[in-house]
Design a protein around this ligand. Structure first.
Ligand SMILES: [Zn+2]
Length: 305
């Protein structure tokens, strides 16, 4: 009968497990799930998205989350990066208590912030403080992609600005590791103000002849590329990092032109003068230490005007 077609659904319902629903926005997490076979304990193995090799997660973490087969650089958290980079016991975190509110009353923003705090081990999308690299004192900032894709809200901008201002007081250079989707839409224009604020602070750092090294990691986009990430005296990027202002689709719609292949990679940006150096994660600590030494004047850095 015709009405039976409507009574009996012909499609099959697939029961999806909670694990297959979580973290769909995170490529590495998804890969971890798709690469996991029934005989392998969940979460112990990761498939490299570049070479396809199935890697033991412990080995990957011990290799600073760089594929042991093809050197693909997986994303890492701010604290993992900090551990790899800074001399043990020398890091002092700043402004941890400074947290975002919902200034524009954007729907569900508080929930998103809470979720981001639970998902990451940072209280905002950037972690700042002072520490030492190879015995050399510096001011550092690290974006964390697990916190709303490292997006720049008012507190992100404020933490970076305060860190740069303290660097001026201390007479220390600044190193910022950026990973960000850009400005945070939930804070509207207040988020865009942070581009001017962080840039102005870095301008004052330059007036004091203090070195600023920007390290762009995968991905760095939008208002972050258009402000502090591109203002380094030296701009370094990690191999294969995607760097740009906006995505290829929006560029095509706006410019009516296709981007050349690979135009938003670290290597392309280096070839075209936007990036000075592309440095493997395993080498970054020694490269930064060398650059800091080159810029030392006597016992300190720069000069205080
Ligand atoms: Zn690989």
């Amino acid at each position: 009968m015709f009405k039976d077609i409507f009574r009996k659904p012909k499609y099959i319902t697939i029961n999806s497990s909670p694990t297959s629903q979580r973290n769909l926005s995170e490529p590495t997490q998804v890969l971890e799930q798709t690469s996991t076979r029934k005989e392998l304990p969940d979460g112990l193995w990761v498939k490299c998205p570049k070479c396809g090799e199935v890697l033991f997660k412990k080995d990957l973490n011990e290799n600073q989350r760089v594929c042991t087969e093809c050197s693909y650089h997986f994303r890492i958290s701010a604290r993992e990066r900090l551990d790899h980079l800074v001399d043990p016991g020398t890091f002092e975190e700043w402004d941890q208590e400074l947290e975002s509110i919902n200034p524009l009353g954007f729907p569900e923003y508080e929930d998103k912030l809470e979720e981001a705090r639970n998902k990451s081990d940072v209280s905002e999308s950037v972690l700042t403080g002072q520490g030492k690299i190879d015995g050399l004192p510096i001011v550092l900032a690290f974006n964390d992609e697990k916190f709303m894709m490292g997006s720049m809200g008012s507190v992100t901008g404020e933490r970076i600005t305060r860190a740069v201002e303290r660097a001026i007081e201390l007479g220390y250079p600044v190193i910022i590791f950026s990973t960000s989707g850009g400005a945070r839409m939930q804070e509207g224009i207040l988020s865009l103000y942070q581009m001017a604020k962080t840039s102005a602070a870095l301008g004052r750092l330059a007036e004091h002849h203090l070195l600023y090294i920007s390290v762009l990691t995968d991905p760095t986009f939008g208002g972050v590329t258009a402000s502090y990430a591109s203002l380094g005296d030296i701009n370094i990027a990690e191999p294969g990092a995607l760097i740009g202002f906006t995505g290829p689709r929006v560029i095509k719609q706006t410019m009516r032109k296709e981007l050349p292949a690979g135009a938003q990679t670290a290597e392309f940006n280096q070839d075209h003068g936007q990036i000075d150096l592309v440095v493997e994660r395993a080498e970054i600590r020694s490269v930064l230490a060398r650059l800091l030494r080159y810029h030392q004047e006597g016992a300190g850095y720069g000069s205080t005007l």
